[in-house]
Design a protein around this ligand. Structure first.
Ligand SMILES: [Zn+2]
Length: 256
């Protein structure tokens, strides 16, 4: 079986057809899913979904797009929401220098404040990076050792090692199945399997052979198959080890 450690189930079009999405995930042996909230509105939606569906857990945090919404008051509310037993991570949080309209220094302050909150609550963090790896590592270094994941990892071997040195896991999604992704495909076999997590980032980034379509947790096996192929091991072993990794990091219960 598999865990999808990074999904946006409350985003359209997945949210409109959620029962079918979860049924098809289970048919593909994806039995646990962490749905990610990125701002106050999606935090409430992710919490409601995790409350009503035993296979769904939630990660909540202010994404770099919403970094300007971080304030003492909003962090107090977030802290209350993070106390819910179905919430297993603080995130996604991070830096996005490509698409976020929020100033870099505000993004950095939001990232650091949220990592400190996660550490106070002993929750793992989920880090988003877009064209900001150096500044992310600079922000995180003084806070190491860290418990969490660099999600959607597409960097170099050197960057992978720097993330691992901070204590982070690395999350891989459909990008590693793209024929153009030769660089990250070379990194995958060099990493400790105990530090790898599977994720879809659905509804975005559908893997080959469904690239360009709406992504969903049911496509996790395509990513696991690619990792197995790159490492020369069985898909079952990838499933077993990455599921154990996800359960340990996020404290997920046994499959219900
Ligand atoms: Zn995401």
């Amino acid at each position: 079986m598999f865990v999808d450690t990074h999904a946006h189930l409350t985003f359209e079009p997945l949210s409109d057809v959620i029962d079918g999405v979860l049924t098809r995930a289970q048919a593909s042996k994806v039995n646990q899913i962490i749905t990610i909230g990125i701002d106050p509105a999606s935090h409430c939606q992710a919490l409601a979904l995790a409350e009503s569906q035993p296979m769904v857990y939630a990660g909540l945090g202010f994404h770099p797009y919403a970094a300007d919404k971080v304030s003492p008051a909003s962090l107090t509310l977030l802290k209350e929401q993070l106390a819910h037993p179905q919430v297993v991570a603080l995130g996604e949080i991070g830096l996005d220098y490509l698409k976020s309209p929020v100033a870099h220094d505000i993004q950095q302050q939001a990232l650091i404040a949220q990592v400190e909150l996660a550490q106070a609550l002993d929750l793992p963090i989920i880090i988003h990076n877009r064209e900001a790896i150096e500044d992310i590592l600079t922000c995180l270094q003084p806070l190491a050792p860290l418990k969490g994941v660099m999600h959607c990892f597409t960097g170099s071997q050197r960057e992978a090692e720097r993330c691992l040195a901070l204590g982070l896991h690395l999350g891989f999604n459909g990008i590693i199945t793209f024929p153009s992704a030769r660089d990250v495909q070379q990194v995958v076999p060099e990493l400790p399997l105990e530090k790898i997590l599977l994720e879809t980032d659905c509804p975005y980034l559908a893997p080959q052979p469904v690239r360009g379509q709406t992504n969903a947790p049911e496509y996790i096996p395509h990513i696991a198959t690619k990792i197995a192929e790159l490492r020369g091991i069985s898909v079952e072993e990838v499933g077993r080890q990455t599921t154990a990794n996800a359960r340990r990091l996020f404290g997920l219960g046994e499959d219900k």
